[in-house]
Design a protein around this ligand. Structure first.
Ligand SMILES: [Mn+2]
Length: 427
């Protein structure tokens, strides 16, 4: 299903007067404080976050999977769903593909199909955490870290193949997340596992085209519960440095132990020019993959505050991170969940752009802790929704994406097209 432009214009019609009123009030309030609201609107207008190809269906938990009617059952249907999100928000013009869940049978045709929907191909994701049908060696005990070189080589070959698919689609980066690790003390030799991983990554790195990046994602536990080979940002950073200038660390919000200061990790990585990718989600306990902003919106704001600072004070040069939503949906309409996530990300971003960096630096210099806190709170407590709505409207999207999604009855139409028990590939 494809949303037509006139449907979007129609959706905004009745809301425009109220929106203009709210926008005018906010702009006048912020302008009196010397804030350039046009610049913020422009930044949000240009912001884009990739949607992973595995997030369009109802995700599973380790206990069960509850399907959602009208799930996309092919790659092109997944792209269509992203097209719906992009049409409403104008912020989701990229997809992050997972191989082998979403192998493009005809990359040229897929690229063209995506282009028609305004969708580009962002980072490619390899998978050596599951065995695939017909695969010669098992990843039961590891992939890039395995003690058997035959297993390692098979995993390296898979990653090279993923790069090749990406090249055909116009992607420019590969994300490697490994489940490799150990469930019990003594199971792995830590140093051997890490060295094997580095050695395998070097082979993958060599296969990268000149203008590509390699993102190394870390995770402290799960599926292995005693040790993960790439357990934290430090290990990822070490590997990225050992590999070279095209390798970067990727931060996934859910891949930290409870209460980790993620904003500090972001600041540290950017100060070294090594923050390459960013996966958004939210969590209460672990890698919960909940909707972005659902649990800890203030933390998300503090993270964006560091991202904004890092992008403004860009020495050494850190690339603009590859943004992606890495959430999973078991009980909500996946498209509504993604819309909520996009809005939460943009809200945190816009609020971070409000922070008076000069005043904050001065308060820090004067050790005025109360004022420093107040400067952040002032930005965080501002309701920026009219700015976000204006950014969407200017970009050709709608003022209220979730309301419009429901008013257009998208889910019922998808169910009518695809049936109630179509199934998306993925977890
Ligand atoms: Mn992730």
């Amino acid at each position: 299903m494809k949303i037509q432009k006139k449907q979007l214009i129609q959706a905004n019609k009745g809301k425009l007067a109220q929106h203009n009123k709210e926008l005018k009030n906010l702009v006048s309030k912020l302008s009196s404080k010397g804030i350039n609201t046009n610049a913020i609107i422009k930044t949000i207008q240009n912001y884009e976050v990739a949607i992973p190809s595995w997030a369009l269906g109802a995700g599973g938990t380790r206990f069960g999977r509850f399907g959602f009617g009208g799930e996309p059952s092919s790659l092109h249907e997944k792209l269509e769903d992203i097209g719906v999100i992009h049409a409403l928000t104008k912020s989701a013009g990229a997809v992050s593909l997972h191989i082998p869940w979403d192998i493009p049978k005809d990359p040229k045709a897929t690229k063209k199909f995506a282009k028609n929907l305004g969708i580009k191909f962002d980072a490619m994701n390899s998978n050596t955490f599951q065995d695939q049908p017909g695969q010669k060696y098992t990843y039961k005990y590891g992939s890039l870290c395995d003690t058997d070189p035959k297993v390692r080589n098979q995993a390296v070959r898979h990653n090279k193949k993923v790069i090749d698919y990406g090249v055909a689609l116009g992607s420019k980066s590969l994300t490697v997340w490994l489940a490799d690790g150990a469930n019990f003390p003594g199971q792995n030799n830590f140093r051997t596992a890490l060295n094997n991983t580095l050695d395998s990554l070097k082979k993958i790195y060599k296969h990268l085209p000149k203008d590509w990046k390699l993102f190394i994602e870390y995770k402290p536990y799960e599926p292995n519960f005693y040790s993960m080979v790439i357990q934290d940002w430090g290990t990822s950073f070490l590997l990225a440095n050992a590999l070279g200038p095209k390798a970067y660390t990727l931060v996934d919000l859910g891949h930290h132990l409870p209460n980790t200061n993620i904003e500090q990790i972001v600041a540290t990585l950017m100060s070294q020019g090594k923050l390459g990718g960013f996966h958004f989600n939210d969590s209460k306990y672990g890698d919960d993959d909940l909707t972005v902003g659902a649990i800890k919106p203030y933390q998300l704001f503090l993270i964006f505050n560091e991202l904004v600072f890092g992008m403004k004070n860009n020495k050494p040069k850190n690339p603009i991170p590859a943004w992606m939503i890495d959430a999973s949906h078991n009980i909500k309409d996946p498209l509504e969940d993604l819309l909520q996530s996009i809005l939460a990300i943009e809200m945190a971003y816009a609020k971070a752009l409000l922070v008076d960096q000069k005043a904050l630096a001065l308060a820090q210099k004067n050790n005025d802790i109360t004022l420093a806190q107040e400067i952040l709170a002032e930005a965080y407590q501002t309701d920026v929704r009219p700015l976000l709505a204006e950014a969407r409207r200017k970009a050709g999207g709608v003022l209220n994406p979730i309301e419009t999604y429901r008013a257009l009855d998208v889910r019922s139409k998808l169910i009518a097209e695809r049936g109630t028990d179509s199934k998306a590939t993925g977890l």
